[in-house]
Design a binder for this molecule. Structure first.
Ligand code: GCB
Length: 611
C-alpha cells in the first residue's frame, strides 16, 4: 500500500521505532577512562517528558524547520526553549509532577569542544535508565540498554564546531528487560550519572586490566588492548609502579593485544585494615615514541575459597556486611560522593567490612571509595525475581550488563564477588540462563568469586539450587521470623544442609516501624519485632560453621512502589537505619554487637608478599 507522504506521516507509522534499534552500544565499545583528557557535559540540559515518543515518531532530532518546498513546518518541540534539568540527576525528584513518570523523555544540549582535538573523541555516559538513544547533530548514533552500566560511543567524524546532543531516555518497564516489570525498588528515570567527552590519540590504549594472580611470587597480570585500524607494528607497552620502582616493557601483538606478567616483589597487600593503593601507569610506544598513556590507582590482593572458607590474601575472613541500595531521599539514584562516604561510615560503625550492592551496578564511585576506605564489595546485575529466561534477547542484555560492570570495575580491589542474580526460582530455563552468566563472569575474570543470592528449598527445607555448582560462594536469602515466623524451619535448613561451598546469608530481616503509642491495634513489623528477629537470626548463624558472611536486608529504608501499607507508605522499611539516614533502629545494635564479637575473634589481616 502506498503510504501518504506528508508531514503527518509519523502519525500513521506504527513501526516508527525500527529505525532506532541498531546499532546497539555494548560493552566492547567501552574505553578505559583513567588519566585521560575529558570534558564534562554535566550541568543543565533542556528536558521534556515525551509520553508519546514523538521525538522518534516525528524525527524531532532532525530539527527540520522547512519542507522540501521550503515552507515552514509547524514545530511541536522547542529544545532550546524547554525547561532545564540537572544532569546527572533523576527526573522523578526534579519536579513533583515527574515523580511517577515512566516512559520516554528527551534531553538536549549544545556543546563545542573546549580545546581543539587532534585525535579521536568519545562520548561517555555513566548510566541512563533504561534505554538511551543517542543523536548527535541530527544523526542517530545508537541505542544502549541496561539502566546501571556505562557506555561509550565514538563521535570523532560527527563533530562540528557547534553540536546538538539529544538523548531519548526511556525507563518503561518491559517484560524482556533486566530487571523485568516487577521489582521491590523504585526504578528512577533519567541521565543520572556523569556525561563526558573523552579525548584519545588515533592509536590508543582501549583497556587495561591489572590484578595480582600469585601472592607468593607477587605476580601481577596486566592485559591491555590497543585500538588501531591497521595491524600494529613496532609497538610496546610499559607497565610501571613508580612507588616500587617497577617498570617492565612488553611487545604488543599485531592485533593490539598484550598480556604482561610483572613481578612486583615486595608489595603491600590491600585489605580492609590496610587499603594500600599504588599509582600504576601504562605507556604505549611506537618505535620508541610515546603514543598514549593511561593511569589508575590500584590495590593488590587475592581472594579465593578453600573448602567452606573465604580467604582474603590467604587468610580466612568473615564478611561482616549489609545490603545497600543506591538511593537517598534527596537525590534518588543519583547519589553523591558524600552520601556514599556517609553510608560507609554507618556501615563501619556497625563493624562492617563488606557491603552487598543490591540489586544492580551502583555508581563507579562506590568501588573507588571502597578501595580507598577498605570496604569489600559484592556487585550484582539485576537478574532479579522473574526474568524472561527463555528469551535470547534478555540473556544478551544480562550478559552485556555483566560485561560492562566487570570491564568497569576489574581494577577495583574492593570488589571480591560478582553476583549473577537474585532469587530466581530453579527452573530449567533459569538454570541455563544463569549458568551462562556465571561462565561469562568466570571467563572475563577468573580472579574473583562468583555468587548469586539463591532461594531456600522451602519444601525439603534445604539449601538446594542447581546453580550452586557454578558458584564459588552460595548466597542465601531467607526471612524466617518475618515472612515465615517458624524458626524451627531455619534450624532444620541450617543443620540439615551440607553445602560444599561457603555460604553468605545474603538477606534476612524484617519490617521495622515505630508504632503509634496511642494505637491499640497490633500490626506486625514494629522495630521491637525486628530487633527480636535479628537476635534469633544471629544466634543461629553463630552455630553454623559454613556461614562465612551475612548481609542483612537492608542498611537504609528505601522507596518502593510495592509497599503501600499503612506504615510503609511507599517505602521498604526493613532498614537498620531510617530513610532520612538519621536514626538507627534497635536492630542496628544487634548487628553491631554480633559483628564486634566476630571481629574480636579475628587477627590482623595485614600481610606482605615476597619477604
Ligand atoms: C527479597 C528481595 C529484596 C526485597 C526483600 C523484601 O528477598 O531480594 O529485593 O526487597 O526481599 O523486603 O522482601
Amino acid at each position: 500500500m502506498e503510504i501518504i507522504k506528508n508531514f503527518v506521516d509519523n502519525i500513521h507509522n506504527d513501526d516508527y521505532k525500527s529505525d532506532y534499534e541498531f546499532p546497539v552500544i555494548q560493552g566492547e565499545s567501552m574505553v578505559f577512562p583513567g588519566g585521560r583528557k575529558k570534558q564534562s557535559l554535566n550541568g543543565e540540559w533542556n528536558f521534556s517528558v515525551d509520553q508519546y515518543d514523538n521525538c522518534l515518531r516525528a524525527k524531532w532530532f532532525l530539527e527540520q524547520e522547512t519542507n522540501d518546498e521550503g515552507r515552514n513546518i509547524p514545530l511541536d518541540y522547542g529544545f532550546d526553549e524547554w525547561d532545564t534539568i540537572k544532569v546527572p540527576g533523576v527526573w522523578n525528584l526534579a519536579r513533583p509532577e515527574y515523580f511517577y513518570y515512566e516512559g520516554p523523555a528527551v534531553y538536549s544540549r549544545r556543546f563545542s569542544l573546549e580545546e581543539e582535538s587532534k585525535g579521536r573523541v568519545f562520548l561517555q555516559f555513566g548510566a541512563v535508565s533504561y534505554e538511551a538513544r543517542i543523536f548527535l547533530n541530527g544523526v542517530f548514533l545508537g541505542i544502549h540498554k541496561g539502566g546501571s552500566t556505562p557506555f561509550t560511543i565514538e563521535i570523532t567524524s560527527r563533530l562540528k564546531a557547534e553540536n546538538r546532543l539529544i538523548v531519548v531516555a526511556d525507563n518503561t518497564r518491559r517484560k524482556e528487560q533486566i530487571p523485568s516489570e516487577n521489582t521491590d525498588w523504585f526504578l528512577y528515570g533519567g541521565i543520572y550519572r556523569d556525561v563526558s567527552l573523552l579525548f584519545v590519540p588515533d592509536v590508543y590504549i582501549k583497556n587495561m586490566k591489572a590484578g595480582l594472580i600469585n601472592r607468593e611470587t607477587g605476580t601481577i597480570e596486566v592485559t591491555a588492548l590497543i585500538d588501531c585500524e591497521k595491524k600494529l607494528t613496532d609497538s610496546e607497552l610499559t607497565f610501571s609502579i613508580p612507588e616500587l620502582n617497577i617498570e617492565v616493557t612488553f611487545p604488543v601483538n599485531e592485533d593490539g593485544t598484550c598480556t604482561m606478567y610483572v613481578n612486583a616483589g615486595k608489595l603491600s597487600l590491600w585489605s580492609p585494615e590496610s587499603p594500600k593503593r599504588y599509582q600504576v601507569l601504562l605507556t604505549l610506544r611506537k618505535k620508541g615514541v610515546v603514543k598514549d598513556e593511561v593511569t589508575d590507582l590500584i590495590g593488590f590482593r587475592t581472594v579465593e575459597t578453600k573448602d567452606r572458607k573465604i580467604l582474603l590474601n590467604g587468610r580466612q575472613i568473615f564478611l561482616r556486611g549489609a545490603c545497600l541500595h543506591e538511593e537517598t531521599e534527596e537525590h534518588g539514584k543519583a547519589v553523591t560522593k558524600d552520601e556514599i562516604r556517609e553510608a560507609f561510615q554507618r556501615a563501619k560503625k556497625m563493624n562492617c567490612n563488606f557491603l552487598r550492592l543490591a540489586h544492580y551496578p551502583h555508581t563507579e564511585w562506590v568501588s573507588e571509595i571502597a578501595d580507598e576506605e577498605g570496604i569489600l564489595l559484592w556487585e550484582e546485575i539485576p537478574v532479579y525475581w522473574w526474568i524472561d529466561f527463555s528469551n535470547p534477547q534478555a540473556l544478551d542484555d544480562a550478559r552485556n550488563q555483566l560485561t560492562e560492570l566487570i570491564s568497569r570495575d576489574f581494577n577495583r580491589a574492593s570488589v571480591i564477588i560478582w553476583s549473577v542474580g537474585n532469587e530466581n526460582p530453579d527452573t530449567e530455563a533459569r538454570y541455563e540462563f544463569m549458568k551462562d552468566l556465571a561462565s561469562t563472569a568466570r571467563r572475563m575474570d577468573p580472579t574473583r568469586l562468583i555468587s548469586a543470592a539463591c532461594l531456600v528449598d522451602t519444601v525439603n527445607l534445604r539449601i538446594a539450587d542447581r546453580l550452586e555448582r557454578h558458584l564459588d560462594v552460595i548466597g542465601l536469602n531467607e526471612y524466617y521470623g518475618w515472612y515465615d515466623p517458624d524458626y524451627e524451619k531455619l534450624t532444620e535448613i541450617l543443620n540439615g544442609s551440607h553445602p560444599e561451598k561457603p555460604v553468605i546469608i545474603s538477606e534476612f530481616g524484617a519490617d521495622g516501624y515505630q508504632p503509634d503509642e496511642n494505637s491499640r491495634k497490633y500490626v506486625r513489623g514494629s522495630e521491637k519485632e525486628q530487633e527480636e528477629i535479628y537476635k534469633k537470626q544471629v544466634e543461629l548463624f553463630g552455630k553454623t560453621e559454613y556461614i562465612q558472611g551475612t548481609t542483612p536486608w537492608i542498611l537504609y529504608d528505601y522507596r518502593t512502589p510495592k509497599r503501600l501499607g499503612a506504615y510503609q507508605k511507599g517505602y521498604n522499611i526493613k532498614g537498620l537505619v531510617t530513610a532520612d539516614r538519621k536514626r538507627e533502629k534497635p536492630a542496628f545494635a544487634v548487628m553491631k554487637n554480633y559483628y564486634e564479637e566476630i571481629k574480636n575473634n579475628e587477627g590482623s589481616d595485614r600481610e606482605t608478599v615476597g619477604e
